[in-house]
Structures are given as C-alpha cells and as structure tokens.
Design a protein around this ligand. Structure first.
Ligand code: HEC
Length: 124
C-alpha cells in the first residue's frame, strides 16, 4: 500500500512539474529569437528576417499585394517613411492590419521595428 501511494505521489509530481520545460516562445519558435531590442537595430540582421518571414511573401515581385512593394532597402524604407508600415503592423485605426490573415507581431517584434524607424530607418 505504501508503495502505491509513493507511485501516485511521484506520478503526480511529474505531471505537475514535468511540463514546465521549454514553454518559452523564444525557445519553441526560433524566429522569435531574432527579437532582441537591445542596442542598435540592424536592418540586415533584425528587420529583413522578420519581413522575410511575415511580409515579403505577399509584398515582393511584379504584382505586390495592395501595390505595396517591399523586399529591398529602398522599398522597405519608403513604406516605413509613409507611416503605413508601422500603422499596419501595429494595427492602428485606419490601416489594413498586417500581416494579412496572420497573427499580429509580438510586442517585442513591434518594438524592434519601431526602434529601427525611430533611428531613421538606417541601412545597417
Ligand atoms: C497574405 C498576404 C500578405 C501578407 C503576409 C502581408 N500583407 Fe500587407 N497587404 C496585403 C494586401 C492584400 C494588402 C492590400 C490591403 C488589404 O487587402 O488589406 C496589403 C496592404 C499592406 C499595406 C498598406 C496598408 C494600408 O492601410 O495602407 C502595408 C503598409 C502592408 N501591407 C505591409 C505589410 C507588412 C509590413 C507585412 C508584414 C508584417 C505584410 N504587409 C504582410 C497582403 C499581405
């Protein structure tokens, strides 16, 4: 009888605490690993991979969605400078919400883009 209680206790303990590993989004979804707003935000290192993952699929090529062309520094900077880039990804009133049909960017990803824009959209 003691043995059974012991087994139940151990099982309960494992069920209660065993599932705590790797429930961090940054670990589960490596794309979030690019999300680190410390220091200067690099266009090449931080912004391009994010846009590649969430935007370029629809906004590059000869017929970009909504006639909004992205995918080169000049194009990305122009969309950012128009205010439409941040308006759409932060899902502000009056803008089409982006990424279209997808989940809103995380707060950290939004902060990353915001910081890059505030720094003057450098090509760094
Ligand atoms: C699945 C396709 C798709 C994806 C992915 C996508 N877009 Fe769009 N985007 C569109 C379409 C279509 C429009 C035209 C407006 C509409 O239909 O809502 C548009 C419009 C826009 C506009 C104009 C919005 C406005 O209100 O003026 C901007 C800026 C934009 N997208 C930026 C982005 C950014 C930045 C990303 C990545 C975070 C992104 N899009 C991801 C399809 C997409």
């Amino acid at each position: 009888m003691k043995k059974i209680i012991k087994i139940i206790c151990i099982t309960g303990f494992v069920l209660a605490f065993g599932s705590c590993y790797y429930d961090k989004a940054d670990v589960l979804y490596p794309t979030n690993a690019i999300c680190d707003t410390a220091g200067t935000i690099s266009y090449v290192v931080k912004i391009v991979p994010l846009f590649q993952q969430q935007c370029y699929g629809c906004h590059t090529g000869p017929n970009p969605s909504g006639n909004v062309l992205m995918g080169t520094y000049a194009a990305d900077r122009a969309v950012a400078a128009s205010g439409r880039l941040y308006g759409s990804i932060s899902q502000m009133n009056g803008y089409s919400f982006m990424p279209k049909g997808g989940a809103k960017m995380s707060a950290c990803q939004l902060a990353t883009v915001r910081k890059w824009i505030d720094a003057g959209t450098p090509n760094n």
